[in-house]
Design a protein around this ligand. Structure first.
Ligand code: AMP
Ligand code: MG
Length: 421
């Protein structure tokens, strides 16, 4: 049996590669890609956007000591009268970084600032706005509770507990949390190395003037940009002509150096034949027809030790396929776990949309909040070659497979772009 049959159109696993749903295609991809093994120790300044390779165990209790959550007065709750005001003598003060050295005695209180160590004996803090100062006394009204405005040692996190789990994609809050634990370095997965190239005899490189019939290669730049945002190391291999020998050399070079190869163009019917033969010869690659628009044909598989994504050439189709399939795959290859789907939410569609049942459509949309409600409208002409429809959009309007035409005012699913890729 030819090796490419493993993931080509055969359906031993129940999937038909000639008609995959978006969800099935993603399932197949995620079942086949795995995290890079390499790790490296990183200074916190270099860790933003990287993926934790190991659990981070807290070396300390957080907070490290009992302390006050407010500016006010610390006292012993048992010293207060139940139903009337209590006058307590101000015995001293505690500032953040400067503790009150004694214990709080009977009938005493200590002036305390936010974050200051709670003096021994005290078990409550009254905020300063709630009390009245009278010379060296403080008058505290009734109704105070034990433990109020007190943050106890270890209440957020105990020494020895996992503070951040392996697989966490580090965001600013995580970097701050690591610093708060006194940790200046973390073990992260190494970056994923991704080789990209464009295919097509019509493509012109930036820097030379496009001749009649030529177009500028834009896919490498959108791909480079999306990959850079994901924190991948990108190897830009340029434009490869539609010749088997050139493509073979490029694929083998890419497979020798990269974890992932992403190509654009050359996978649509008519063009695919020599690409299919070649990819089948070099590795284990399937050609899929996915019930979606845009982005229907796609190649996926392995060449050597590299995962291969052969994306459709139309610039919008390249981006849609990247968002929906390559991005989650790259996160998994980066070691992110658990993998969360892109967030979606419901919005009111301002315009009617034509929609064929039986495929998922990704319409480029502009999401805006009007009178407190989220509304969306498509960004003009939606041809899969019209990159401007992406540039003007801030979301996809995701029209589910079973859905028919959309009337103005209908609720649709939107998938925002911002902050994702
Ligand atoms: P293909 O998938 O190779 O049949 O290409 C489909 C369409 O996308 C054609 O109109 C190509 O000219 C266009 N296209 C392919 N690759 C690129 C690219 N790198 N940049 C811009 N357009 C492209
Ligand atoms: Mg082409």
């Amino acid at each position: 049996m030819p090796k490419n049959n493993v993931i080509d159109t055969k359906s031993a696993d129940g999937y038909n590669r000639d008609s995959l749903s978006v969800g099935e295609a993603l399932e197949l991809i995620l079942a086949r890609v795995s995290a890079v093994a390499g790790t490296e120790r990183l200074d916190l300044h270099a860790a933003l956007g990287r993926v934790l390779a190991t659990d981070v165990v807290s070396p300390i209790d957080v907070p490290a000591h009992d302390n006050s959550a407010m500016d006010g007065y610390a006292f012993r709750i048992d010293d207060l009268a139940a139903a009337e005001e209590t006058r307590l003598r101000i015995a001293g003060s505690a500032y953040a970084g400067h503790a009150y050295a004694e214990a709080v005695g009977a009938g005493e209180c200590v002036r305390i600032m936010t974050g200051a160590v709670l003096p021994a004996g005290a078990d409550a803090v009254a905020m300063q706005e709630a009390v009245r100062v009278d010379g060296d006394r403080v008058v505290i009204p009734p109704g105070q509770q034990a433990e109020q405005n007190v943050r106890r040692q270890g209440e957020d996190l105990r020494a020895g507990q996992v503070a951040l789990a392996a697989g966490k994609l580090l965001r600013p809050a995580d970097i701050g949390l690591l610093a708060s634990l006194g940790l200046g370095e973390v073990m992260a997965r190494r970056r994923v190395r991704v080789a990209i190239f464009s295919t097509g005899d019509e493509l012109c490189t930036l820097g030379s003037a496009a001749q009649p019939g030529e177009i500028y290669d834009s896919n490498r730049f959108t791909l480079w940009s999306m990959l850079a945002r994901l924190g991948c190391e990108v190897l830009d291999m340029g434009i490869v002509r539609d010749h088997p020998a050139a493509l073979e050399t490029a694929l083998l070079d890419a497979a020798a150096t990269a974890d992932v190869i992403i190509t654009s163009g050359g996978v649509s019917v008519g063009e695919a034949d020599f690409v299919r033969e070649l990819m089948a010869k070099l590795g284990d690659v399937g050609f899929w027809k996915i019930a979606m628009k845009p982005g229907r044909p796609m190649a996926f598989g392995r060449i050597g030790n590299a995962d291969l994504f052969g994306l459709p050439g139309n610039p919008v189709a390249t981006m849609v396929a990247f968002y929906e399939f390559v991005r989650p795959a790259l996160l998994q290859i980066s070691g992110v776990a658990p993998l969360a789907p892109l967030p979606t939410f419901a919005a009111r569609c301002g315009e009617a949309l034509r929609k064929a049942r039986g495929r998922t459509e990704f319409v480029r949309g502009l999401l805006h909040c009007t009178d407190g409600a989220w509304q969306v409208r498509p960004t003009g002409a939606q041809g899969s070659g019209i990159l401007r429809s992406m540039a003007e959009a801030n979301c996809f309007i995701v029209l589910e497979s079973e859905r028919g035409n959309v009337a103005a005012g209908d609720t649709v699913t939107v998938q925002p772009f911002e902050g994702l890729v």
